[in-house]
Design a protein around this ligand. Structure first.
Ligand code: SF4
Length: 520
């Protein structure tokens, strides 16, 4: 028996599985506790079968699955706390047997592959459901599916049944994405095109990273008038496009490049950093005292800011910002390619607002093709593919992007088309919903289906939110997706064959070869 087994993310050891410790830094003890938590959730879903459950049980399932996502929670005590709460909820429902943690990732390769695909997709959906929940949006259908999904993970199914469950899940995740889109836009307004500076002004500041827009809103409120500037990092960048966040004059810009550069970029930062979700890398001793976590994020020895009655008290991080004081002079930073400014805010409302222009441009031949180059970033050099791909796209094409993979190219100036930048940042990974809506609107306008549009999806994956989005795209029948930097380790050769046969998923090759294959 190995010390642990985890193969849920793209950086998994040897491309097969982490067995002695996670490449992400997850220790065997935490991996084991996360497996046990997952198996206890299966027990909870069994205990709840056919019974009325209270709201707390659904919230606990969502929160617990979220805590098992890559780079979210490394704190064994916090995982224990979730596990204890699961046991309490299970007890209220009359108890049921948990799944055996030793069997979670062991057994028939194809069954493990299919079961893991569903489980990892559900972990990703849990993050989106949680963000919608804290903004007051819940869906009975989505929450019920968490119970159903966990229950079926603990059952035996044929390969066809698993595939059908995975496609059903993809459709439920689409509803969850729609719910979060509604929660975000109702609360913060529809994103509008916004330029984001990479300059950090002198004086005290706080960096906020992750996906939680409500945390940012509360932080902006609590720092108002205190002489502290706020900078986004990583997946928080698209927050600048939301009117109800953009209106704060001390939300100044974005600090840092891709998440995997944080250990270097935070090491001598004279400011605290608040992690609201993934991706948290092991904090180095040079800056661990300046790191704060909140929500489901956790790391032993790092100050955690809890929520009470929907409110968080950020006074400790505000004090830290004032103590550290920031830089003495303004500092101009650049993106990976030397750019000093980023664009964001091209979500569905904005893009559909210029739909007529885009449709006319396609009809006249001014726009030949759309690419959606989106997904997660990661440390592997093979991810330079995405930058080179974007750089080589012809001038009569548009690049839609979302999630953090865009840090490879979002500071590039590749020109404009019809008065719009050729790179249109649609937002965070969950804004895949925006991309799906835009694609559906274009298909409608051209009286065709999604697969007949002049649109190609070139996706990069790293963690489980990318898995749930991919499953949604497949459940919509979208074919010919290019996926990289490598195929997930949890897909067995037989499952890959099914995906290739049914959806023609293609591993990325080289930008030159792939562009030639797409554009001819
Ligand atoms: Fe390994 Fe990824 Fe699992 Fe971390 S999350 S232990 S890197 S597979």
């Amino acid at each position: 028996m190995t010390e642990m087994f985890c193969f849920q993310c793209e950086q998994t050891s040897q491309g097969t599985g982490c067995t002695k410790g996670g490449v992400c830094g997850k220790k065997p003890e935490v991996a084991r506790k996360q497996d046990e938590l997952t198996c206890a959730l299966i027990g909870l879903s069994r205990a709840a079968n056919g019974k009325r459950t209270d709201k707390a049980a659904g919230e606990l399932i969502i929160q617990s699955l979220f805590a098992t996502i890559t780079n979210v929670n490394f704190d064994p005590d916090r995982i224990d706390d979730l596990r204890n709460r699961v046991e309490t909820e299970k007890g209220k429902l009359g108890n049921a047997a948990d799944f055996d943690p030793d069997k979670l990732f062991h057994g028939d390769k194809d069954i493990i592959s299919l079961r893991s695909t569903l489980l990892f997709g559900m972990r990703g959906m849990a993050a989106y459901a949680w963000h919608a929940h804290i903004l007051g949006k819940d869906s009975t259908e989505v929450t019920s599916w968490f119970f159903k999904g966990l229950r079926v993970i603990g059952e035996e199914h044929t390969i066809d049944e698993w595939l059908s469950l995975i496609m059903e899940f993809g459709q439920v995740n689409l509803k969850c994405l729609a719910l979060l889109d509604e929660a975000n836009t109702n609360t913060f307004g529809h994103p509008t095109p916004t330029k984001v500076s990479l300059k950090v002004e002198k004086g005290p500041f706080i960096v906020i990273t992750g996906h939680d827009l409500l945390d940012l809103k509360q932080l902006l409120e609590q720092t108002k008038g205190k002489g502290i500037n706020i900078y986004t990092h990583g997946e928080m960048l698209p927050a600048h496009g939301y009117p109800e966040l953009h209106k704060y004059s001390h939300l100044k810009g974005n600090y840092g490049t891709a998440w995997q550069n944080q250990q270097k970029e935070f090491s001598d930062l004279p400011a605290p950093v608040l992690f609201t979700t993934n991706c948290l890398m092991l904090p180095r001793s040079s800056y661990i005292a300046n790191i704060f976590t909140t929500a489901v994020v956790g790391y032993p020895g790092v100050i955690h800011i809890p929520e009470k009655d929907g409110k968080k008290d950020f006074s400790a991080i505000i004090k830290k910002a004032l103590d550290l004081g920031g830089w003495k002079e303004d500092k101009q930073f650049t993106g990976i390619n030397g750019g000093t400014e980023l664009n964001t805010g091209f979500a569905r409302n904005t893009v559909m607002g210029v739909a007529e222009t885009l449709i006319s441009a396609v009809k006249s031949g001014a726009i030949r093709h759309f690419f959606l180059v989106g997904g997660c970033d990661g440390a592997k050099p093979g991810r330079n593919y995405y930058k080179e791909f974007v750089k080589q796209t012809p001038a009569d094409t548009v690049v839609l992007t979302l999630a953090c993979g865009k840090y490879r190219f979002n500071d590039l100036d590749i020109g404009e088309i019809g008065g719009l930048p050729r790179i249109l940042d649609m937002g965070q990974c969950n804004d895949a919903y925006s991309a799906i809506q835009v694609a559906a609107a274009l298909a409608n306008a051209f009286k065709t289906d999604l697969n007949s549009l002049p649109l190609t999806l070139v996706l990069s994956w790293y963690e489980q939110k990318a898995v749930c989005i991919l499953l949604t795209l497949l459940s919509l029948g979208i074919r010919n997706i290019y996926l990289g930097p490598m195929l997930p380790a949890f897909l067995s050769p037989n499952v890959v064959k099914v995906l290739v046969d049914k959806f023609n998923i293609k591993p990325i090759s080289t930008p030159e070869a792939d562009l030639k294959a797409i554009l001819g």
